[in-house]
Design a protein around this ligand. Structure first.
Ligand SMILES: Nc1ncnc2c1ncn2[C@@H]1O[C@H](COP(=O)(O)OP(=O)(O)OP(=O)(O)O)[C@@H](O)[C@H]1O
Ligand SMILES: [Mg+2]
Length: 155
C-alpha cells in the first residue's frame, strides 16, 4: 500500500508526524529514508515530542546513533540514525532488534540495516522538490495492521 502527500512547510511535516504518533504502539517501527536535509529528524522530533511523558529536547542521534525516550503511554521510543553504522551486526550491540519488538522505533537511514530491515515496518521517504521547503512524503507498507492505523492519517 502507498500514500503520498506534499508538505509545503516544516509545520505541515510536523503536523503529519504528530498525527501518525497518535496511532503508534509498542512494536511499531517507522523507517525514515531520504537524502541529507530531507526532514527525517524534523519529522521524528515532532512525532516524539508529541508522545513524551515529560517535555525534553530531541537532538539528532547523528553521533550517539540511538536516543531513547519515555512516552506518556509507558512505551519506550527509540530514535536511531544509522548513517554512521559500520556494519548491520552493530545494531545487535545497540539493542535495536529487541527494541523493534518492544518499543516504538523511528529509524533514519534504514538502508544500513540491509537484511535486518524489518518487513512489518512503515516505510516513509521524504524528498526535496524544486520548491524550497516543499517535501514529498511517500509512505509504503505491506503489513496489513497499518491499513487501519493509517486510515485517517492523510486526508
Ligand atoms: N517541508 C519541510 N519538512 C521538513 N523539513 C523542512 C521542510 N522545509 C524545510 N525543512 C527544513 O529542512 C531541514 C531538515 O533537516 P533534518 O535534520 O530533519 O534532515 P534529515 O533528513 O534528518 O537529515 P540527515 O540525513 O542529515 O539526518 C530542517 O532545517 C527543516 O527546517
Ligand atoms: Mg536526521
Amino acid at each position: 500500500m502507498k500514500i503520498t502527500a506534499t508538505l509545503k512547510t516544516p509545520d505541515q511535516t510536523a503536523t503529519l508526524a504528530r498525527r501518525l504518533g497518535i496511532v503508534l504502539a509498542r512494536g511499531d517501527t517507522i523507517l525514515l529514508s531520504g537524502d541529507v536535509g530531507a526532514g527525517k529528524t524534523h519529522f521524528a522530533r515532532a512525532l516524539i515530542q508529541s508522545l513524551l511523558a515529560m517535555p525534553e529536547d530531541v537532538p539528532s542521534p547523528t553521533f550517539t546513533l540511538v536516543q531513547v525516550y519515555d512516552a506518556a503511554s509507558g512505551a519506550e521510543i527509540w530514535h536511531a540514525d544509522l548513517y554512521r553504522l559500520s556494519d548491520p551486526s552493530e545494531t545487535e550491540e545497540l539493542g535495536l532488534p529487541e527494541a523493534m519488538e518492544q518499543a516504538i522505533c523511528l529509524i533514519e537511514w534504514p538502508d544500513r540495516l540491509a537484511a535486518l530491515r524489518p518487513q512489518d515496518a512503515l516505510d516513509i521517504t521524504l524528498a526535496a522538490t524544486d520548491v524550497e521547503d516543499h517535501r514529498i512524503l511517500s509512505a509504503t507498507w505491506s503489513d496489513p495492521r497499518w491499513d487501519a492505523k493509517l486510515n485517517d492519517w492523510i486526508s
